[in-house]
Design a protein around this ligand. Structure first.
Ligand code: ATP
Ligand code: MG
Length: 503
């Protein structure tokens, strides 16, 4: 993307309505002075943090430590933003003129200017004002992911798929990094000021004992609740086996996003494969009445469903309009029905083979209950080693066709462009934190779930890989590094996983 100073003269255009804070940005970045300022920041390297540093620093907070944290964030964010702005300037000129890309570019300049104008923070009062500024920028930037995805998808004729995906991966990873620093400081400030309840093992936004099984249960409950609201039937059971007591230092928001997206995919495609009519009717009904539900609403309705005595959940506010249906099985599924009716934990236990000498948790239990006894269960296995925690999510959702599988990690492939184009006019651009509590319509599929999950996993040195058997099902492997891993900000990560398409 050309620097604003080099922008070619354009035909006069009708003024477009812009967010208020961007109006000044348009004019003010179009001069040489601003790129000189940018260069000054580009000469500075980013100071990457490790998860352990975040937790060690956040323990036994004092006022002095909190102010040091504030000044680190104040100094570090403009350096990181400068590196991002420079990458935008390297995009082909025509890509930089795409309105979605240009909007994000201006937002980054705006944030850069805001941070670099901030004086040193020397008191708690100044820190409170600083936290408010950071919070409001985090909020303003919630449109960044969908805007970027749309801009990159529309730029397909001018950017190779490889270049587009590399740009997106780096931009999103860098975005995660900036948000981690900002959110960690805001959370530490809240902890220090006593403005939020203390929680065992939490240091800011990091949980030093993130429990694998509990995380799966939470994501399964949430995905199950959304599934019920869309389709009006119970979701497939989730069985969990392996090292159920595994725990690790992590930012729960990150692993929850990943597991939630994978479970959501598995549930959706299991229904589409085994009861396609119900799946289609559910989507049509949900689209006719788009419904925005936050995670807390969905979890509340999941709790109500779990409290119900039978396998049929209490109808949620949304699904109560629609009659609850029995799942009619396809003919070729009937032979498997007995196996499916077997309680999920028994089915999983019979397949469960611990390695000699290893101690594993007892019989796995179904997560996210209640569940449909008629759909094949989704099986999640937790693995653990000295350096990694692993999750394998196995479903019988029919697998993935070759044409789709080859582009599942891409942001700019034609299938993603179509999804975004359909989504955007109907719902306008959603605001996306890429966290569990994004209030977006449940049937809006932007095609970002898998690539964004991999960006999250890569950020702390982990990876996601996928194995699919077309016509049968899919296995997804998520590995999480548990060493003293530092942020991985560039797209030079060589994950060990491979994606395999079997036919
Ligand atoms: N478990 C699965 N079984 C079958 N197909 C899958 C599975 N997971 C992903 N896919 C295929 O990969 C595509 C991309 O998945 P991804 O999660 O990135 O996007 P999406 O689910 O379409 O949209 P979003 O995640 O934004 O709601 C899906 O549309 C689907 O075709
Ligand atoms: Mg998805």
């Amino acid at each position: 993307m050309a620097a604003p100073a080099r922008r070619a003269p354009q035909q006069p255009q009708q003024p477009q309505p812009q967010p208020r804070h961007l109006v000044s940005a348009t004019a003010s970045y179009a001069n040489f002075y601003h790129n000189r300022v940018l260069e000054k920041y580009l000469k500075q390297d980013t100071k990457r943090v490790t998860l352990r540093q975040l937790t060690v620093f956040g323990r036994n907070l004092t006022e002095d430590k909190l102010l040091r944290s504030a000044n680190y964030v104040r100094a570090e964010l403009p350096v990181r933003l400068a590196h991002r702005i420079a990458r935008f300037q390297q995009l082909p000129f025509v890509v930089g003129t795409n309105p979605h890309i240009e909007l994000v570019y201006r937002m980054y300049w705006d944030a850069f200017e805001t941070f670099r104008a901030l004086p040193e923070i020397t008191s708690l009062e100044q820190n409170r004002v600083f936290c408010d500024t950071v919070r409001s920028l985090l909020d303003t930037h919630l449109v960044v992911i969908p805007q970027l995805a749309m801009g990159i998808a529309e730029s397909e004729p001018h950017l190779s798929q490889h270049a587009a995906d590399k740009f997106m991966n780096e931009t999103l990873r860098s975005r995660i990094g900036r948000r981690v620093l900002a959110e960690q400081h805001i959370a530490l400030s809240a902890d220090f000021e006593g403005s939020r309840p203390a929680r065992d093992h939490w240091i800011g936004i990091v949980n030093s004992k993130c429990h694998a099984r509990d995380t799966i249960d939470k994501c399964a409950r949430l995905a199950g609740s959304i599934f019920r609201n869309i389709y009006g039937v119970e979701p497939p059971a989730i069985t969990v086996d392996g090292f159920q007591d595994a725990s690790f230092i992590y930012i729960p928001d990150h692993i929850e996003y990943i597991l939630f997206e994978l479970i959501k995919n598995s549930m959706r495609f299991t229904l589409e494969k085994h009861a396609p009519e119900i799946a289609a009717r559910g989507v049509a009904a949900a689209n006719a009445q788009p419904h925005y539900q936050t995670a807390s609403e969905a979890l509340a309705s999941a709790a109500a469903a779990a409290a119900a005595p039978s396998l049929t959940p209490q109808p949620s506010a949304r699904s109560s309009h629609r009659p609850r249906r029995e799942l009619p099985l396809e003919d070729d599924d009937a032979a498997d029905a007995d196996h499916r009716r077997q309680p999920a934990h028994q089915a999983a236990a019979s397949e469960h083979n611990p390695a000699p000498g290893q101690t594993l948790a007892p019989a796995p239990a179904s997560a996210g209950a209640p569940a449909s006894p008629l759909l094949p269960a989704i099986r999640i296995t937790i693995g653990q080693s000295d350096t990694q925690i692993m999750f394998r999510i196995s479903d019988q959702g029919g697998g993935i066709e070759r044409q789709i599988f080859d582009h599942i990690w891409s942001y700019s492939h034609a299938s993603k462009r179509r999804a975004l184009a359909v989504a955007a006019p109907a719902h306008s651009m959603p605001r996306l934190a890429a966290k569990l509590n994004d209030p977006i319509p449940s049937t809006l599929h932007l095609g970002l779930g898998l690539p964004m999950s991999r960006v999250y996993a890569n950020y702390w040195g982990g990876n996601i890989s996928m194995y699919t058997m077309e016509g049968y099902g899919t296995d997804v492997y998520v590995s999480i590094s548990v060493g003293n891993q530092s942020e991985n900000l560039l797209d030079d990560y060589k994950g060990s996983g491979a994606d395999v398409h079997g036919k």
